[in-house]
Design a binder for this molecule. Structure first.
Ligand SMILES: Nc1nc2c(ncn2[C@@H]2O[C@H](COP(=O)(O)OP(=O)(O)OP(=O)(O)O)[C@@H](O)[C@H]2O)c(=O)[nH]1
Ligand SMILES: [Mg+2]
Ligand SMILES: [Zn+2]
Length: 328
């Protein structure tokens, strides 16, 4: 009996059931390959959005490796409404986080932008924003700072992380775009819309800052999109436990990622850490020692710039703490 898999534009592929006796794919050459985009990825399977717009549940092959959310892949059809990832296309970048042992984990790939969401409740931990900024700069792409929950005005100013809200203008002066949002008012996310248009962006940030709420405000058809994904995986999708990609109405993609209680970095190279502080860059190369870590070395250009007020004292202090945590 022929198997068929329909996309919106008609049948995508026909194949003979006998080819699939052993599970995954028929012999090479028997099926055409279809390009797709990985919307959500679990250990051994995920959901791929095909060129025609259809969501296809797919298995992975050990020899091909595990694709991540945002990966461009080639799939073949293995059985009705199932696919197999045959190839992962080269990635432009990978957004990483570090675990408690400073090992790297991939969150999502092929990003144009990382939107770091912070809120007054829950307050960010000390240096959280700096850690995210370092992680984003290591990809060579621009971060966007999103201050959500602007409807909340009372918060615990005694906590170290609360200082972020007094420093918003300083971040703008450093060159960062900061947008303010609230999910509790009509048009509360309007400032974010043009920043996301026609780009692939990921929302990252502490658990509870409102990433999924922002997604719900920005996507009028969120129910349709999550429904289509649940249909494709055969189980309910819980956006807060899995990194998941949605299509934006004006073009582009928005990825919701599970919140972390504490965003950690991996073991960084010195250059990754120092260039994660963008205002340091013009001073780099002017220290006495080539391998200067800008902590207690003599004739350090970064320390001198911090002493002269060219680098903000609190940014330099944050750098020193991150450098200290980054030791072997
Ligand atoms: N006051 C206020 N509450 C908000 C706002 N946005 C989200 N919330 C609330 O904050 C809580 C957490 O929102 P979520 O959208 O689930 O947060 P999240 O960042 O996705 O959390 P994780 O999935 O755990 O990472 C919910 O109770 C939301 O209703 C806002 O702008 N203002
Ligand atoms: Mg969430
Ligand atoms: Zn130095």
């Amino acid at each position: 009996m022929p198997l068929r898999c329909h996309g919106p534009g008609g049948p995508l592929q026909y194949a003979d059931a006998a080819d699939f006796t052993h599970g995954l794919a028929p012999e090479p050459g028997l099926t055409e390959r279809i390009s797709g985009l990985v919307l959500v990825s679990y250990g051994s399977h995920g959901v791929v959005r095909l060129e025609g717009g259809e969501n296809l549940p797919c298995q992975y092959r050990r020899q091909v490796g595990r694709p991540f959310c945002g990966d461009r892949v080639q799939v073949s059809l293995s059985e009705e409404d199932r696919g197999v990832v045959e190839e992962i296309m080269p990635r432009s970048n990978r957004f990483l986080r570090g675990d408690a042992r400073q090992r790297k984990h991939v969150v999502a790939v092929n990003l144009d932008q990382v939107a770091i969401v912070i809120a007054r409740k829950p307050l960010p931990s000390r240096d959280l924003l700096e850690r995210y900024l370092v992680a984003v700069h290591s990809l060579g792409i621009q971060p966007l700072i999103v201050l959500n929950k602007t409807d909340i005005s009372d918060y615990d100013r005694s906590q170290a992380g609360a200082a972020v809200f007094d420093r918003i203008e300083a971040y703008r002066s450093l060159g960062y775009t900061v947008v303010e949002t609230t999910c509790k008012a009509a048009c509360g996310t309007d400032a974010l819309v043009p920043q996301l248009r026609k780009r692939s962006s990921i929302l990252v940030g502490q658990s509870g800052v409102g990433k999924s709420s922002l997604v719900r405000c920005l996507l009028p058809d969120i129910e349709v999109q999550t429904g289509a994904l649940s249909d494709a995986t055969g189980k309910g999708t819980h956006t807060t436990t899995t990194t998941i990609m949605y299509s934006l109405p004006g073009g582009g993609y928005l990825i919701d990622s599970p919140g972390v209680w504490e965003f950690g970095l991996w073991k960084l190279e010195n250059h990754e850490l120092e260039s994660g502080f963008i205002e340091f860059r013009r001073h780099l190369g002017h220290c006495r020692f080539n391998d200067c870590r800008h902590l207690s070395e003599p004739a350090c250009a970064i320390k001198a710039a911090a002493g002269a007020g060219e680098i903000l004292e609190w940014r330099y202090a944050a750098y020193c703490r991150l450098a200290d945590q980054n030791r072997d």
